[in-house]
Design a protein. Structure first.
Length: 204
């Protein structure tokens, strides 16, 4: 006897269970929930997901997710273009923006160096970061990477690549607990970590 009474339901459960943190039981509950909803609502969800996949851009300047070729932060003339904050991914941009403690620009690496998982400098946006540094008037680079072994490895690598006498290279203060990600840090702690950033050389 088939596990599911409908092949369409089985296909929906299979696809939903591919999402991170979603097991087959949860996928079944979600599929049945959507099946009970007004068709307008499920159509809106379908269109939103299709629009996300087909219409999303990565900012040509900082690699943040954007609806345009250049994100709203990079396009804002009121941002401090002499300060650049380097983060792991776009969730960190959102976390820092919520603190309202930073008004500079960002560069999203798209990950951190992790040899165990086969992620090296060439898999990140480091080459474009170095190119940006050659063409933009950056006076300070803030390394706002997670306080993990991989985050520290990436910070050390960037320190070697970017260091020059005219550049102030800082890192966020250690108000963020070791092993935590910026995404889950509370806004007050993260805001103070940005405001009280220290020279990177002092943590070597």
């Amino acid at each position: 006897m088939p596990e599911y009474p409908s092949l369409l339901l089985e296909n929906a459960v299979n696809e939903l269970s591919r999402l991170p943190g979603i097991g087959r039981k949860t996928a079944m509950r979600l599929a049945l929930f959507l099946l009970r909803q007004d068709p307008v609502r499920t159509d809106a969800l379908s269109k939103a997901l299709t629009g996300l996949r087909e219409g999303i851009h990565y900012c040509e300047r900082c690699h943040n997710i954007s609806d345009q070729q250049r994100c709203a932060i990079c396009s804002n003339p009121r941002r401090d273009e002499n300060t650049l904050c380097i983060v792991e991914d776009m969730r960190d941009v959102m976390a820092i923006e919520r603190t309202a403690a930073y008004n500079g620009l960002y560069h999203v690496l798209g990950g951190v160096i992790n040899p165990i998982e086969g992620i090296g400098p060439g898999d990140l946006t480091i080459a474009h970061l170095i190119e940006r540094m050659q063409h933009e008037q950056i006076n300070e680079v803030i390394l706002a990477l997670p306080p993990t072994v991989e985050g520290d490895t990436t910070s050390f690598y960037l320190h070697r690549q970017l260091s020059r006498p005219s550049l102030r290279l800082t890192t966020i203060a250690k108000g963020v607990a070791i092993g935590d990600t910026l995404e889950f840090a509370d806004e007050v702690t993260l805001g103070r970590s940005i405001t009280n950033r220290v020279l990177f050389e002092k943590v070597l």
